[in-house]
Design a protein around this ligand. Structure first.
Ligand code: ADP
Ligand code: ASP
Ligand code: MG
Length: 245
């Protein structure tokens, strides 16, 4: 039997910040499904949800228990996956949402900064075979104590790239709120130029010098497993920045 190698699409918080944007994301997913057939989607928490949840925890105590903090933070992404699944259903597109633990994302015990140890893709592959879009919560996994852990800020990038590596995806598309990677932050410097192509090394260097458009650790994983990336906007849908070897 031919192995299914899905395209992975990741949508950051700004792309799912409002109901209108969630509907827009569902349209992009349907378009990509028509083109590539098998799609795995990774989503972040809507807008500033993660910051707001952290703020709430610190309003209760100046030293929140890390296990409970992870329990709280993971709820942001859980909102997004359910809403995106419903938006797809309303377009007659079969889709199923999975939390990190349900998706088989195994992580270590370091609460709030866990590393992914392995991914058991059995359940994801089962749904792909049924022609469903699989929507996975970014930024979370399950640790050896069977507790939810989170992967560090910006960790949905890591979820998407690790899944693309494990599923041998031809490409991992990272949808954000700018048209790609620019010479410098385009929100700070309007004259910044979009870069069409970067090697992993160049992207790592940019991430290391403050271009927080992507989590630096996720680029290391992309480099290690040769995951081809395209960073692009979910709003304009112009061609973005390709990151490859
Ligand atoms: P997401 O919610 O999609 O993960 P992020 O906020 O993490 O998005 O990253 C996108 C933001 O990164 C942009 O809005 C932009 O302001 C910022 N950014 C910083 N440096 C760069 C750069 N060199 N190129 C593009 N975006 C950059
Ligand atoms: N929601 C998490 C964060 O804000 C993960 C992510 O957006 O990638 O850090
Ligand atoms: Mg991000």
């Amino acid at each position: 039997m031919v192995e299914i190698k899905p395209v992975v699409l990741k949508f950051g918080g700004s792309s799912v910040a409002t109901i209108e944007r969630i509907k827009n994301v569902a349209k992009i997913i349907v378009d990509r499904k028509n083109k590539f057939k098998h799609i795995v989607v990774v989503v972040s928490a809507p807008g500033d949800t993660t910051d707001e949840l952290i703020e709430k925890a610190y309003q209760i105590t100046s030293d929140p228990n890390k296990r409970e903090l992870d329990m709280l933070l993971a709820t942001g992404e859980q909102m997004s996956i359910a809403l995106v699944a419903m938006a797809l259903h309303s377009m007659n597109c079969e889709a199923v949402s999975l939390t990190g633990p349900q998706a088989g994302i195994y992580a270590d015990e370091i609460h709030t900064k866990a590393k992914i140890i392995d991914i058991d893709t059995k359940r994801i592959k089962k749904y792909l075979k049924q022609d469903k879009v699989v929507i996975v919560a970014g930024f979370q996994g399950i640790n050896p104590n069977e507790d939810i852990t989170t992967l560090g800020r910006g960790g949905s990038d890591l979820t998407a790239i690790a899944l693309a590596a494990k599923l041998k995806s031809p490409i991992c598309e990272i949808y954000t709120d700018v048209d790609g990677v620019f010479t410098t932050d385009p929100r700070v410097v309007p004259e910044a130029k979009k870069i069409d192509y970067l090697t992993y090394e160049e992207m790592l260097e940019m991430a290391g010098t403050g271009a927080q458009v992507m989590m630096a650790r996720s680029i290391e994983v992309a480099k290690k497993y040769n995951v081809k990336l395209e960073i692009k906007s979910s709003l304009t849908r112009k061609s973005g920045t390709i990151v490859y070897k």
